[in-house]
Design a binder for this molecule. Structure first.
Ligand SMILES: Cc1cc2nc3c(=O)[nH]c(=O)nc-3n(C[C@H](O)[C@H](O)[C@H](O)COP(=O)(O)OP(=O)(O)OC[C@H]3O[C@@H](n4cnc5c(N)ncnc54)[C@H](O)[C@@H]3O)c2cc1C
Length: 361
């Protein structure tokens, strides 16, 4: 009989885990307190990258996942992922050069470009910088549409999605998690329960006596009204903002780190972001702010993913992380393999959910 696996959370991580599980022959049920599509996911900037500021082992994990997106696109052509490339100068010039050298040595397709070449890559820029970096292999996706397409493909391969179904707690018997309980008291049972509940993950784990230190830093994204002009070809990362244009013509703008903490001044921050873009991008003057979103990043305390079996109970697996847009394919693939076969990929070693850095403060 197929292993029955319950996936709690239908954001981009739960959707990817469920897709890979169903392809591994498991019987999969996804429960989501909404309709699926995620919370952090839908409020994300959605840049697929292995960019600066990370150690080499994490760079390679991210890059492995970037290749995973291309495999997922082959399997599910409806996924809204585009490999537009990134043009960036969000570091001081000396650091730009050392970042490019280091990452090129690690195998990243990255190179320095001068003003004229930057303009050829992004003709909409009014004042291109003297020095920028171009990374053609970076990409972006429409997070809600992509997650919904991944869920739909998973369902058409035989999974069940139970929307409006909140896991209020994990049920336990004889040291084993046996499933979840919903607000009506209904119990859903499974051989394995995979918690991909984003920022709600630590609450669920704690109830089951499996604490994990998880933070939820906020990030604001300003969404402009739609333009019928092609204003940008790809991702543009400046010292003041990160920006990309969606297929429907909106500009999606965050501060550095793809969406910063507005500290309660949402409208002020969003207006400043759009004004900054208007000063830099030709043809954007008539755009207004349409929507401002503030999302909360599910972030294990040391900043790295937590993927694996928490100690203290059997029948449970967790996958919670920041950079989930980039990492969803590799996390889904390796988590499903471990759940289906018991084999843990060596690349998951740094992401043990039981590492001391994640013990509760
Ligand atoms: C502003 C911002 C910018 C970002 N930019 C990037 C970026 O550029 N690149 C990148 O790679 N990453 C980025 N991220 C991070 C990325 O978006 C997240 O890591 C990723 O979306 C997490 O996905 P998830 O499925 O784990 O969580 P979520 O999307 O939050 O999904 C969790 C799901 O679980 C459901 N759920 C929660 N609790 C329960 C429960 N008790 N019972 C049932 N269902 C439940 C929720 O309804 C939700 O659907 C950004 C995030 C933010 C907020």
């Amino acid at each position: 009989m197929s292993k029955r696996v319950l996936v709690v959370g239908g954001g981009i991580i739960g959707a990817s885990v469920a897709w890979h599980l169903i392809r591994s022959g498991c019987a999969v049920t996804i429960v989501d307190s909404g309709q699926g599509g995620g919370l952090a996911t839908r409020h994300s900037f959605a840049w697929i990258n292995a960019s600066w500021g990370n150690p080499e082992w994490y760079f390679h994990f991210r890059r492995r996942s970037m290749a995973g997106w291309r495999r997922l696109q082959d399997a599910i052509p409806k996924l809204d992922v585009s490999w537009s490339g990134g043009l960036l100068w969000d570091l001081p010039p000396a650091e730009l050069a050392s970042y490019a050298q280091e990452h090129a040595r690690w195998g990243y397709g990255i190179r320095e470009v001068g003003r004229q070449e930057a303009l050829a890559i992004e003709p909409g820029l009014k004042e291109p910088p003297e020095l920028a970096l171009h990374v053609p292999e970076e990409g972006m996706l429409e997070p809600l549409a992509t997650t919904q397409a991944l869920l739909a493909a998973t369902i058409s391969n035989g999974a069940r999605l139970l929307g409006d179904t909140e896991a209020t707690l994990l049920t336990l018997a004889n040291g084993r998690v046996t499933g979840i309980e919903t607000p009506t008291g209904e119990r859903l049972e499974a051989d394995e329960t995979v918690v991909c509940a984003g920022v709600d993950t630590s609450r669920l784990l704690e109830i089951a006596g499996l604490p994990m230190a998880l933070d939820a830093p906020p990030g604001l994204i300003a969404h402009s009204t739609r333009s019928d002009k092609k204003l940008l070809n790809g991702l543009v990362m400046t010292p003041d903002f990160h920006v990309r244009q969606t297929h429907e013509g909106r500009l999606i703008i965050g501060t550095d780190f793809a969406g910063g903490d507005p500290q309660g001044r949402d409208s002020e921050m969003a207006t400043a972001l759009l004004d900054g873009v208007k000063a830099m991008v030709r043809g954007s003057d008539d755009l207004d702010l349409d929507v401002i979103t503030v999302g909360y990043r599910p972030t294990p305390r040391d900043g790295y993913p937590a993927i694996g079996r928490p100690k203290g109970a059997d029948g449970i697996y967790v996958a919670v992380l920041h950079s989930g847009i980039t990492l969803a394919p590799i996390v889904g693939e390796l988590a499903a393999r471990e759940l289906a076969t018991g084999v843990r990929d060596p690349d998951l070693a740094p992401y043990d959910p039981n590492r001391p850095e994640l013990s509760q403060a």
